[in-house]
Design a protein around this ligand. Structure first.
Ligand code: ZN
Length: 628
């Protein structure tokens, strides 16, 4: 069976993709592929003259390869690899999965310190027939117990713990502006990095940029922000509450008390400023990040030698002069948008990257038909369903799926997606979707996804008189690309993470903030259990060693229970305790925030396991024997 494989691949030139995979394992000594079949073979030499010892694959042909012509592509495989750490060897079961043009490799289980040990352990896992059972991704996310908390209480909690403060608090605050404290800045940075990792680093067709916050005033004329970026200031005729509504909502919405709104005036949301001399023309703080990417589109395409389709991503501060900022970080005047513009040939609607993984992405969906019927009943749908109903094109579907995948990766599985109705759509957009999250104050937009067509580039071409056309190598024609634009409100993601993570654990008697380990502000806390120089010396050495890679804290005051509680409350996923045994056998205990389970580990193995835990490459139960 296996040999058939190799022959077939040879015939089809499939070795290219094999070699490509193997080169990805640079830091690992390659021992072989593993599979249920159990046949060993050596495939050599291949066309590049590299000799590769092949053991066997894990999984069926369909699981490993996709597509049969002209070249089958590897999609997934599992193998044993040896990784030297501080001069010692550790064996892991690793899994590599192709996503687009990239291969993403992860350790899925620790197998021991010798090849024999590794093979034995792997055989045991095979016997259990469910090796994947040990691979628990986003474990911290699965057993959560969110406690309902009001947005006001969440703001108070964030202030007490140092996540978020009112801006200019000593002057009574400044409405619509917030400061991130020591923990907030870490969580916020980790969210941005996680986003950048998925959408820029893991994509071969995406590059990043950072545009200036103030740009030429004509930018905003071209984009339509000066003419159209307005809200209506309204006052309730009954309860006299002042608020704002969208221009499109005039005459359609009522106050919460049931009263009608009286329109007081139209307000442009752009923040005006003066640049240089006093009589200079008005300039604006950007109301969105998108325009920077449109204006630099050709410079990026030429300097980075990008071919269509490709995207440009950016995360940055934006400003909107909201009439009524409210709901803590949800609607503020200064905030961050993470978004990308994905440029595609205007006649290209097929997306080669759209695979089963994307088609099977599921979520709760509110379609146009349901809304028109005056209902808000959600349907459980997949991306495949939406394509079948021609709600969007393949590229649009791919990016919507990628957005959902990102949210799910952060444990935010409760998102719902709402289709914009035809009369809501901007004239340039053929389809727009809101991604909503259930916040304490209701289900509100956390992200969006618009098909912007060629609108923005054409607008800038008209206003600047500069051609926005590029030469497409594939079709040998000059074209203006069409654009898909996924957008994320980063403060809104931050708020969703905290809403989901907050858990008042009655049994423990303290708050447990179940933030996924990979984005937690502090990853590890180190405690000496016993007072004394020896214990503190070991503890600070561990802390400084882990601190080279992760944000770590050291705490020697108070009872151990109190110290655990303090870390639970700020979401620290792992606590390491140095005790009497540590001096004798160089071992420590590591405690898991979500289960309070503990495992005894050698100090020399600690950092490596912490790394695997944070990267969700191993579950806590597989780190070692649970001792409590
Ligand atoms: Zn009212």
């Amino acid at each position: 069976m296996f040999f058939l494989f190799v022959k077939k691949m040879k015939k089809l030139g499939g070795y290219c993709s094999l070699v490509h995979w193997i080169i990805n394992f640079k830091s690992y000594e390659f021992l072989g592929y593993l599979c249920a079949g159990g046949t060993a073979a050596t495939a050599s030499p291949c066309r590049f003259g590299i000799s590769v010892p092949l053991y066997y694959f894990l999984g069926s042909r369909e699981e490993i390869f996709t597509g049969s012509s002209p070249v089958p592509r590897l999609v997934k495989m599992v193998y044993i690899a040896k990784q030297p750490v501080n001069g010692k060897d550790y064996y892991y079961l690793r899994k590599s999965v192709r996503e687009g043009d990239k291969v993403i490799s992860k350790s899925v289980a620790y197998l021991g310190k010798t090849k024999e040990e590794a093979e034995k352990k792997f055989k045991e896992m095979e016997k259990n027939k469910q090796p994947e059972k040990n691979i628990v991704a986003s474990k911290s996310v699965k057993n959560y117990c969110p406690t309902k908390i009001s947005i006001e209480d969440l703001a108070t909690f964030c202030k007490q713990k140092g996540f978020v403060f009112r801006s200019s608090d000593i002057y009574g605050g400044f409405s619509g502006f917030w400061d991130f404290g020591p923990l907030g800045v870490e969580l916020f940075k980790n969210i941005k990095e996680n986003w950048w990792n998925q959408f820029v680093y893991q994509k071969t067709n995406m590059v990043g940029m950072e545009a200036s916050i103030i740009s030429h005033p004509r930018t905003w004329k071209a984009s339509g922000h000066i003419a159209n970026f307005n809200d209506l200031a309204v006052i309730c005729k009954k309860c006299k509450k002042a608020t704002k509504i969208d221009v499109s909502e005039e005459g359609k919405v009522k106050c919460d008390c049931g009263g009608e709104y009286e329109v007081k005036g139209k307000f442009n949301l752009m923040f005006k400023t003066k640049v240089g001399s006093i009589d200079s023309e008005d300039a604006y703080l950007r109301g969105e990040t998108a325009q920077g990417m449109f204006m630099d589109f050709k410079l990026i395409q030429q300097s980075s030698r990008m071919q269509l389709p490709f995207g440009v991503a950016q995360i940055g501060r934006c400003f909107r002069n909201e009439i009524a900022p409210r709901d803590f970080l949800f609607r503020c005047r200064e905030f961050h948008i993470g978004e990308f513009e994905f440029f595609i040939h205007p006649e290209e609607f097929k997306c080669e990257l759209l695979d089963e993984k994307h088609l099977n992405v599921s979520f709760r969906f509110l379609d146009e038909e349901t809304q028109k019927a005056g209902s808000e009943v959600l349907k459980e749908v997949t991306i495949r369903n939406l394509l079948e109903k021609k709600k969007l094109d393949e590229w649009h579907a791919y990016w919507l799926a990628e957005q959902v995948i990102w949210f799910n990766g952060l444990g935010l599985n409760e998102i719902k997606i709402r289709e914009h109705t035809k009369d809501e759509l901007s004239h340039y957009s053929s389809a727009t979707f809101d991604i909503d999250y259930e916040y304490p104050f209701g289900s509100k937009e956390v992200a969006g996804n618009a098909n912007r067509g060629q609108y923005d580039l054409i607008q800038h071409q008209k206003e600047s008189k500069q051609s926005m056309e590029i030469f497409d190598d594939k079709t040998k024609t000059k074209i203006i690309p069409r654009v898909i634009e996924p957008t994320f409100g980063i403060e809104r993601v931050f708020l969703a993470i905290l809403t989901k993570a907050y858990c008042d654990d009655k049994e423990r008697g303290n708050i447990v903030l179940r933030i996924p380990a990979k984005i937690a502000p502090i990853k590890v806390a180190v405690f000496p259990l016993i007072k004394g120089e020896d214990f503190e010396k070991i503890s600070t050495k561990i802390a400084s060693d882990i601190g080279k890679e992760f944000n770590v804290t050291y705490d020697k005051s108070g009872s151990i229970g109190r110290r655990y509680a303090r870390q639970d409350e700020i979401g620290t996923p792992y606590c390491v305790t140095v005790d009497g045994e540590s001096i004798k056998d160089n071992s420590v205990t590591i405690r898991d925030r979500d289960t309070t389970k503990q495992v005894r580990l050698k100090i020399s193995e600690l950092k490596n396991f912490i790394k695997m835990l944070i990267n969700e490459e191993i579950s806590f139960e597989n780190v070692g024997k649970i001792i409590n």
